[in-house]
Design a protein around this ligand. Sequence first.
Ligand code: AMP
Ligand code: ZN
Length: 117
Amino acid sequence: MNDCIFCKIISGEIPSEKFYEDDLMIVIADISPKAAKHYLAIPKKHYKLFSEMSEADAVDLGKCIRKIGEIAPSLGLENGFRFVINQGDDGEQTVFHLHMHLLGGQKLTTCDHRKSV
Ligand code: AMP
Ligand code: ZN
């Protein structure tokens, strides 16, 4: 049995507002937004980490990224956005189905990747 919340959203078992959907991914609003616009682009195939991806998964993820660039203006991200994929414990991944955060709709403040250690 698959207890993955994103698989349940993809299948429709958990209702959600989908801003975009095709055969490879859905785009939904993050339930706990960290920016004026915060979306999750979720590949339909369940896997957690880059290290679990097949060659075909990599091709599909590339198609998803290209599509995100195409639809970004329709999501209110025409002025740019931050693209984040959290991986594992140190990356603070909390949902174990690979997903892409799209953050924008405002000028973003400094993030960990810009801070010195
Ligand atoms: P991460 O920490 O990178 O694994 O991101 C998981 C994200 O999923 C968090 O930003 C959560 O706010 C978001 N999230 C969890 N449950 C839901 C849900 N049911 N609908 C939309 N976003 C969710
Ligand atoms: Zn899943």
